[in-house]
Design a protein around this ligand. Structure first.
Ligand SMILES: [Zn+2]
Length: 342
């Protein structure tokens, strides 16, 4: 793929000085093979105004920003581009105060809302599941007090399921991609749902032997229990534990642990987005992915953000229109390589 993204801030400023350049970029990313009518598949269109393409065959008017994260925005796209650049360039996560400062917003709330909207674009709806050999564990985020029953969860705490793919390089296990998800408790029902949603059938699931995981063996997975061969004090799931400690440090550092439970999923998505691209040499490529995914993540409304409702727009993006848009977008999406997402 020829490079189609800025490598540094100067390039960003040079490539996207105005609305027209931003629109052309979105147009290219949304319809990489050229415009295709979402209603009838026709390829010829008139450009009716700066946001609308009108299908020559059926007259359908396709808006460049409708159905995307930028839906209905009154602010310049160039500002959104700067926001996306800022977010993808923060190694330890962006916060609303930083974004407000960079964009010169008078309102903290607007920066906070933008950040939440962009977080929703951090996970591809059709991302691949982990495969082969996967460590799975759970952890608590939130309240500082210790304790809580594993099977039932704990009041004031958020339980998060963690899956880490292990790849073998030169006969040595290496950490691959991760998946994180908030779960109600560590019951077999919750854990199985997490594993099935995030790991390909036929893979081996390595756990510490908590009874909640036993169910995976009867659902197409090989269950490898590390407890049987370990002594007390051994680090049974080292990769999960590393991810958990990084997650906690990030969660408590960047956000001081002050996150509404309903928003946690999005912070987990942001952490996953960054973690799985930790070896990416180019911040510009992260920017490119975020723009690409912002175009398929669907519109997000203020109300959904306030209430912390998780992905209502994203999960129902199955209409014919969105499917076509997604297919087109995935055509140019570089295949996920094993160790990390690009
Ligand atoms: Zn048409």
């Amino acid at each position: 793929m020829p490079r189609d993204y800025p490598e540094n801030l100067q390039e960003l400023e040079r490539l996207f000085p105005d609305e027209a350049s931003c629109r052309n970029y979105l147009l290219r990313l949304r319809w990489p093979a050229g415009f295709v009518c979402p209603e009838c598949g026709e390829k010829a269109a008139w450009k009716t105004n700066r946001d609308l393409q009108t299908c020559k065959a059926c007259g359908f008017q396709a808006s460049l920003t409708a159905g995307t994260i930028f839906h209905g925005t009154r602010k310049p796209l160039a500002l959104w581009f700067r926001a996306m650049w800022h977010i993808t360039n923060q190694k330890y996560g962006a916060n609303a105060i930083g974004l407000q400062r960079i964009l010169g917003f008078g309102s903290y709330h607007t920066a906070w809302e933008w950040l939440h909207k962009l977080r929703r674009a951090m996970v591809r709806p059709d991302r691949d599941r982990l495969k082969c050999y996967v460590e799975v564990d759970e952890t608590f985020l939130g309240a500082k007090h210790r304790g809580g029953k594993r099977g039932r969860g704990a009041p004031g705490k958020i339980m998060v399921a963690v899956a880490v793919e292990i790849e073998i390089v030169d006969n040595k296990p290496k950490m691959g991609r991760i998946r994180l998800q908030r779960i109600k408790d560590a019951s077999s029902q919750q854990l199985l749902a997490f594993v099935q949603a995030n790991v390909e059938e036929g893979s081996t699931i390595r756990t510490d032997g908590w009874e909640g995981y036993n169910v995976v063996a009867s659902h197409g997975f090989t269950h490898d229990v590390s407890r049987a061969s370990a002594n007390v004090g051994d680090d049974l799931l080292p990769r999960c534990h590393l991810v958990v400690s990084l997650l906690k440090r990030w969660f408590n550092g960047t956000y001081q642990g002050a996150v509404m439970p309903g928003h946690v999923d999005y912070y987990l998505d942001e952490f996953t987005f960054r973690f799985n691209r930790r070896k990416s040499k180019s911040r510009g490529l992260l920017f490119y992915r975020l723009v690409q995914q912002a175009l398929i993540a669907g519109p997000v409304y203020g109300k959904e953000i306030e209430g912390g409702i998780y992905s209502p727009s994203r999960k129902k993006a199955t209409s014919k229109r969105m499917t076509i848009v997604r297919e087109l977008a995935s055509e140019t999406t570089t295949k996920t390589i094993f160790s990390q997402e690009v």
